[in-house]
Design a protein around this ligand. Structure first.
Ligand code: NAG
Length: 296
């Protein structure tokens, strides 16, 4: 294999973009473990005057990720996020709305890490948490949920459009109980950012991954892409554009106790609208005419 190195005369802006993505990749891969390590260290060496106050705080703060979180406008305004966005680049979303990204509750159980994560905006993905956002006064607060989640990440290979949404109906039920409109959103390009070690269903790797996912609640796709100074291997994502397209909102009448049929119907409508959205835009983003979304 011939290694393709990055040229030496890269403009500063691009270097900063790479650094921004590197810190994100490192945070994602190592920060939670590092934080846990710090706590374990404090306990082992009996720095009780540090960990007792923190654990007390944790006890009283445990529910915050389900109650709107604790976003910090200061953290969110860090220049690093702009460089992060421009690396791919990612094209903007949801002007004028306050978006709450719902992520796996697992991340909020990591001490210290949770404080950093929460300051950047995300909240937990539980029913209670979504209800909290949708019940806010004044409107304009929206819940952003990545429906396929952990399971879907195992099928996130370049050129694939497999979405795990057939069994995901909780979001439909919450939308009905709140009368919240459903808005299909699709990001073109996400699956192109990383390659993933081949794991077709039935392979031993997939079996192990699925078992681990059942136990831990999150999946371990074996992803790889490029490095910092060369383009052949490493855990840095490729520089490829992400285009997020937003579909027509599906009006939802508030129904406090939706029947299974009502949930089913709205779920069906949602999937149809998502498919339309994909078909409408795929040509623009270089997706071959014969490619369609696959719902699992
Ligand atoms: C979101 O909810 C808050 C109340 O928590 C409200 O003040 C605000 O106007 C709402 N809308 C937007 C766009 O943030």
């Amino acid at each position: 294999m011939k290694v393709e190195f990055a040229p030496l005369n890269i403009p500063l802006a691009r270097r900063l973009q790479t650094a921004a993505v590197l810190q994100w990749v490192l945070s994602f891969l190592l920060l939670a473990q590092l934080c846990l390590g710090v706590i374990v260290f404090l306990v082992i060496y009996n720095y009780w005057f540090l960990y007792i106050p923190y654990l007390t705080w944790l006890y009283f703060d445990w529910r915050t990720p389900e109650q709107g979180g604790r976003r910090s406008d200061w953290v969110r305004s860090w220049t690093i996020w702009r460089y992060f966005k421009d690396y791919f680049p990612i094209h903007e979303l949801f002007p004028g709305l306050t978006a709450y990204l719902h992520v796996l509750p697992f991340w909020f159980r990591c001490p210290l890490f949770r404080e950093y994560l929460m300051s950047s905006g995300p909240v937990s993905v539980s029913r209670r948490s979504v209800s909290h956002v949708l019940s806010k006064e004044g409107g304009g607060n929206i819940s952003v949920i990545v429906l396929g989640g952990a399971e879907e990440s195992l099928d996130a290979h370049p050129g694939k459009f497999t979405l795990f949404i057939r069994q995901r109906k909780g979001f439909v039920k919450i939308a009905l109980t709140h009368g919240a409109y459903l808005v299909p959103v699709f990001s073109f390009g996400e699956n192109e950012l990383f390659k993933q070690v081949s794991n077709p269903e039935g392979s031993w790797l997939r079996t192990v991954q699925e078992k681990l996912q059942k136990i831990m609640g999150f999946a371990l796709p074996l992803f790889h892409a490029r490095g910092i100074f060369q383009y052949n291997f490493g855990l840095m994502p490729y520089r490829k554009p992400i285009h997020t397209v937003v579909g027509r909102p599906i009006p939802v009448h508030q129904t406090l106790h939706p029947t299974p049929q009502q949930v089913e119907e709205l779920h069906q409508t949602y999937m149809e609208e998502l498919r339309k959205l994909f078909e409408e835009h795929k040509g623009k983003y270089g997706i071959p005419e014969n490619e369609t979304l696959i719902f699992r």
